[in-house]
Design a protein around this ligand. Structure first.
Ligand code: MN
Length: 310
């Protein structure tokens, strides 16, 4: 994502960018599960580092962006966000964009992979060390989470999702009701007291457009649907922290997935590719000029070119 120009894209949105560099955790030992978990010691160490880094930047008034790495890192980042919200008296809403519910436990998971368990760990179900990482257990309530794009859930995990009353807008919902309604409901209740955290697993996207992930699942959101998700989040003006995870450059094709991720992050930070006019009340003289010149170009009768130039 650095190579794909993430910093430049954010600078282009008028933001200040501080690249904190890489965190340095232990390597992946590639071992089978021990007592139902794979690499618990390593995952714990990485998450300690993520927690401290994210918490430090939130306390400094920054908007942290975590680039992963596998989705278990969200245990560190979201526990830090929850701690920050407790201390600053803010409500937390977690928007989990993913093909998977990531709500497995050792009893339910066939693989023991902790990247399938972060939501469960954050809600208090998982290995003690990870569950109490943020100081208060559980770190968050299942009722603070909205999941969108889900299309691969194990049978036992599905029961557990219902039992814990997670609000899930799966791909069947998106197919039937559209992204717009899913996102309207997922963002309902977000107000000026809300800290909105987005945990964006790149496998949320359809593998046709985003091949660079380890666990592709067909039937995900298209380019336009993903853009609409991001634009609707931007419209709330409440995005306060972000994870972008599971991007695997070794599986990518000419950095296509990273480039797409950067493109979507730009939309998340308010870049609009569309032609919608600003509300008249908010329209400045500058905007009016821009509108006039766009109209002038429309008269040239080439709307496609207008779309691109604009
Ligand atoms: Mn995930």
């Amino acid at each position: 994502m650095r190579v794909a120009g993430l910093s430049g894209a954010l600078l282009g949105r008028g933001l200040q960018v501080i690249d904190r560099g890489n965190l340095n955790g232990p390597p992946n030992p590639n071992l089978p599960p021990v007592a139902g978990y794979r690499h618990l010691a390593e995952v714990l160490e990485w998450n300690r580092q993520v927690h401290e880094a994210v918490y430090r930047d939130l306390a400094a008034g920054h908007l942290p962006i975590l680039l992963g790495g596998d989705h278990s890192l969200a245990i560190g980042s979201i526990s830090a966000v929850a701690r920050h919200c407790r201390e600053s008296g803010r409500k937390l809403r977690v928007l989990w964009l993913d093909a998977h519910a990531d709500f497995n436990t050792r009893e339910l998971s066939p693989s023991g992979n902790l990247h399938g368990m972060p939501v469960a760990c954050l809600c208090g179900f998982g290995p003690e060390e990870l569950v109490r990482l943020g100081g208060v257990t559980p770190a968050i309530s299942p009722h603070w989470i909205r999941q969108v794009g889900i299309r691969s859930v194990d049978a036992g995990e599905k029961r557990f999702v219902h039992e814990q009353e997670l609000e899930v807008f799966d791909m069947r919902y998106v197919d039937e009701m559209g992204v717009r309604q899913a996102m309207e409901l997922a963002l309902a209740g977000v107000d000026s007291r809300t800290h909105l955290h987005v945990s964006f697993d790149v496998d949320f996207l359809d593998p046709e457009i985003a091949p660079g992930v380890g666990t592709t699942v067909p039937g995900g959101p298209s380019y336009r649907e993903a853009q609409l998700c991001m634009e609707m989040i931007a419209d709330t003006g409440r995005l306060a922290s972000l994870d972008v995870v599971e991007l695997n450059p070794a599986l990518d094709v000419r950095n296509k997935t990273a480039t797409l991720a950067v493109d979507l992050i730009e939309s998340l930070f308010g870049k609009s590719t569309l032609m919608r006019r600003p509300m008249p009340a908010q329209m400045s003289a500058g905007n009016r000029c821009a509108r006039k010149s766009m109209n002038a170009r429309t008269e040239g009768n080439n709307p496609r070119r207008l779309g691109k130039t604009a």
